[in-house]
Design a protein around this ligand. Structure first.
Ligand code: NAD
Ligand code: WQD
Length: 351
C-alpha cells in the first residue's frame, strides 16, 4: 500500500485506535496518528509498532487545533482519515455536555474543514449503536429510527447529521471529488490483541461491563454490581452485542476498501452496524469469564442503571453485503484475550 498516500488515524493511541494501528500496518498501510493523549498513553503506540514490526508517525495534536491539523495535512500525503478521536463516557457527558459537544462535534467540524481544504474527502467515522432510538425490535438495522438519550449519543448523532449533509451537498453541487464517508456504528467492543500487549486501559473505575469484570477477577475491585435482573430477557439481565476489538478494526479496513471502490464512486455517506448479531446477557458474560479463566467473579444484583435498554444487538447484514465484513471471533476469544491483557498488565499501561 506504500506510495499511495497515508491513512490518518485520529485517536490512534486509544483502545480501538491502537488496535486499528496494528491491523493497518500489518495490512501494508502507512499511517499517521493524531492524538492529544487526553485518554491514552504513547506506550500503546510503542507497542502497536512493536507488534506490527513497522513504524508509524505520531503527532500529539488536538483535532480542534486547526492550524496544527492543517500543518499535518501539508506535511503528509494523506488519502483517507479514520476518525476515532472523541470522548466516550455517557455519565461524564451528562455532567459536562458542553465538553462533549465541543470535543466530538466541533472537533469533527474542524477535521472535516481541514480535510476539505486539503482535498482529502474519504472518511471512516466511529459512530455508535447508542445513536439508535426506541425500537420495536432489539435487533437494530441501519434504517431504524435514531434517537439517542444522552449527550454522548447526541454528539455522535449530530456528527452523523453533519457528515450526511456534507455528502448530500456534494451530490447537489455535482462536486467532481465528493465526500465518501462510512459511519461505523459499533455495538459493544471488548477484548484485546491476542498478544496481550495492547488492550483497554480505562481511567479509574470502569463504566463498562467487561473491564469491570476483569478488574473484579484480578482482585482490583471487590465485586460487580449487576444492574437489574428483572428485564424481560431469559435470565432477567441486560443483553448486548459484544464484539472483539480486532474484528471491529478489521471492519474499518474493509470500509476503506469500499470507499475507494465502485459503490462509492459518486460519493455518499452510509451507516454500517459493526456487531456480531448475537446477544449475550450480563450473566452469560460472568459465566463465560469464570469458565474461560477459572477465576470466580463475585457479583451482586442491584437496581437497574438509568438509561439502560433490556436488549440491543446488531443486524450486521449490510456490513457483510456491502463491506464483505463479518465478525469471526466468539465470546470465549473475547474473554480469553481480555484476561490475557488484564493479567499481563494489571496496572494497564504504566509508561
Ligand atoms: P479511547 O478513549 O480509548 O480513544 C479515543 C482517543 O481519542 C484517545 O486516545 C484520546 O486521547 C483521543 N482524543 C480524544 N479527544 C481528542 C481530541 N480532541 N483530539 C485528539 N485526540 C483526542 O476510546 P475508544 O474506546 O478507543 O473509542 C474510539 C472511538 O470509538 C470514540 O470516538 C468512541 O466514541 C467510539 N466508540 C467507542 C465505543 C466503545 O465502547 N469503546 C463504542 C462505540 C463508539
Ligand atoms: C453492558 C451491560 C449494563 C456495568 C455503553 C455505552 C455505549 C457504548 C458502549 C460508546 C448492560 C450491564 C454494566 C456494570 C452491569 N459506548 N452492566 N454492571 O451500556 O451497552 O453501552 O458502552 O459508544 O454508548 O452506553 O455497555 O458495558 O456499560 O453495559 O450490570 O458494572 O452490562 O447494565 O446491560 P452499554 P456497558
Amino acid at each position: 500500500m506504500s506510495g499511495q498516500g497515508k491513512i490518518l488515524v485520529t485517536g490512534g493511541a486509544g483502545y480501538i485506535g491502537s488496535h486499528a494501528c496494528v491491523e493497518l500496518l500489518q495490512a501494508g498501510y502507512e499511517i499517521v496518528v493524531v492524538d492529544n493523549l487526553s485518554n491514552s498513553k504513547t506506550e500503546a503506540l510503542v507497542r502497536a509498532q512493536q507488534l506490527a514490526g513497522k513504524p508509524l508517525t505520531f503527532y500529539q495534536v488536538d483535532i480542534r487545533d486547526k492550524a496544527a491539523l492543517t500543518a499535518i495535512f501539508a506535511q503528509e500525503i494523506i488519502t483517507t482519515v479514520i476518525h476515532f478521536a472523541g470522548l466516550k463516557s455517557v455519565g461524564e457527558s451528562c455532567a459536562q455536555p458542553a465538553l462533549y459537544y465541543h470535543n466530538n462535534v466541533y472537533g469533527t467540524l474542524v477535521l472535516t474543514e481541514v480535510m476539505a481544504a486539503a482535498g482529502v474527502k474519504q472518511l471512516v467515522f466511529s459512530s455508535s449503536a447508542t445513536v439508535y432510538g426506541e425500537s420495536v425490535s432489539p435487533q437494530y438495522a441501519e434504517d431504524f429510527p435514531l434517537g439517542p438519550i444522552n449527550p454522548y449519543g447526541r454528539s455522535k448523532a449530530m456528527v452523523e447529521d453533519i457528515l450526511r449533509d456534507l455528502a448530500a451537498a456534494d451530490a447537489i453541487n455535482a462536486e467532481p471529488m465528493p465526500w465518501k464517508i462510512a459511519l461505523l456504528r459499533y455495538f459493544n467492543p471488548i477484548g484485546a490483541h491476542a498478544s496481550g500487549l495492547i488492550g483497554e486501559d480505562p481511567n479509574g473505575i470502569p463504566n463498562n461491563l467487561m473491564p469491570y469484570v476483569a478488574q473484579v477477577a484480578i482482585g482490583k475491585l471487590p465485586q460487580l454490581s449487576v444492574f437489574g435482573d428483572d428485564y424481560p430477557t431469559p435470565d432477567g439481565t441486560g443483553i448486548r452485542d459484544y464484539i472483539h476489538v480486532v474484528d471491529l478494526v478489521k471492519g474499518h479496513i474493509q470500509a476503506i476498501t469500499a470507499l475507494a471502490g465502485e459503490s462509492f464512486a459518486k460519493g455518499g455517506c452510509r451507516p454500517y452496524n459493526l456487531g456480531t448479531g448475537q446477544g449475550y446477557s450480563v450473566l452469560d458474560i460472568i459465566h463465560a469469564f469464570e469458565r474461560v479463566t477459572g477465576c470466580p467473579v463475585k457479583y451482586k444484583v442491584v437496581g437497574r442503571r438509568a438509561g439502560d435498554l433490556a436488549e440491543c444487538f446488531a443486524n450486521p447484514d449490510r456490513a457483510l453485503q456491502e463491506l464483505g465484513w463479518r465478525a469471526e471471533k466468539n465470546l470465549d476469544d473475547m474473554v480469553a484475550d481480555t484476561w490475557n491483557w488484564q493479567s499481563k498488565n494489571p496496572q494497564g499501561y504504566t509508561a
